[in-house]
Write a protein that binds this ligand. Structure first.
Ligand code: UTP
Length: 288
């Protein structure tokens, strides 16, 4: 197992997907720039990577999503959390290099990661899916276990929406640390090997790129990251680390609302007024 000194310092953030669940908005506005409370949805993954010690962030963009890159090249201190004062923000700019590479067609998440191969080279790296806003730093949890996946428990019926792993607990003391034995993308619930779902936080060594190169299209005709990880895992055993924090799926409308509420209720400037409004709203609104 690697120790923290070998932790990846490069993060790949893919933002080249179609965003069909956000149509019609995504015909003109990338979903990564939709607001979650006061910031863009993708800025949370960016901040998570920076706070986990990454000093190089590579955005995989599509040709029509250059504004996502511009947003990050031009962000200022108010685009990040309160811990970034103007001063620390300036030091962040000198510490973090932002790069991009193009995925010309949305051929799937696995293909998007492969597009970053030249920039990553042979260094270990992290992947963060910006559709997932975590209320605690999930990347930090997995970095010391590279290669690793952040896992979460999901209810039975929801297993069909995730990659699900078969995994064994490493020892009775570290109950949140698993060794991955197998994984299956979006199984019907009776076929799911466990209740442990893959979240959008991963760390890899560069050998994953060889598996992605070999990968043929799978579910929905896309190059699936999970399919390549299955083979990678046979030679580079992956750890799964259970996440106990809260996660919002902002790739779809309900998640964007719950994430915004979560942040707004923690914002002293509005929390009291919002709480009062929500209490009244719930009383006055008959359930649909
Ligand atoms: P999703 O499948 O959740 O996003 O991919 P999507 O395809 O954009 O959205 P829907 O399902 O059509 O609504 C997870 C992440 O992988 C990126 C997406 O941008 C998102 O951040 N992705 C996906 C790519 O960069 N390229 C792809 O070909 C597919």
């Amino acid at each position: 197992m690697n120790n923290t000194t070998d932790s990846p310092r490069i993060a790949v953030i893919p933002v080249a997907g179609r965003g069909t669940r956000w149509l019609p908005i995504t015909r003109t506005v990338p979903k990564e720039l939709l607001p979650v409370w006061k910031r863009t949805s993708a800025s949370y993954a960016f901040e998570e990577a920076v706070n986990a010690g990454c000093n190089e962030i590579i955005f995989v963009i599509s040709p029509d999503k250059e504004e996502v890159l511009h947003h990050f090249l031009q962000f200022d201190s108010s685009d990040l959390g309160p811990r970034y004062s103007q001063e620390s923000f300036e030091s962040l700019h000198t510490r973090v290099t932002i790069k991009s590479c193009i995925q010309h067609e949305p051929k799937g998440l696995g293909h998007a990661i492969l597009c970053a191969r030249n920039d990553v080279g042979d260094r270990p790296f992290s992947v963060l899916l910006p559709d997932e806003v975590l209320m605690q730093n999930g990347l930090k949890r997995i970095q010391a276990f590279t290669p690793a996946i952040l896992l979460m428990e999901v209810p039975y019926a929801q297993r069909r929406n995730y990659g699900i792993v078969k995994a064994s607990q490493q020892d009775s003391i570290k109950q949140d640390v698993f060794l991955i034995e197998d994984m299956i993308e979006k199984p019907e619930p009776p076929l799911a090997p466990s209740s442990l779902a893959i979240t959008g936080r991963y760390t890899f060594t560069h050998e994953i790129f060889d598996e992605l190169e070999r990968q043929t299209p799978g579910l929905n005709g896309e190059i699936q990251l999970t399919d390549a990880m299955k083979r990678y895992n046979q030679h580079h055993p992956m750890h799964g680390i259970l996440f106990h924090g809260k996660r919002h799926d902002v790739g779809q409308p309900l998640g964007l609302v719950t994430a915004s509420l979560d942040f707004a209720l923690k914002d002293p400037a509005v929390s009291q007024a919002l709480r009062a409004y929500l209490t009244q709203l719930i009383q006055d609104t008959p359930s649909a």
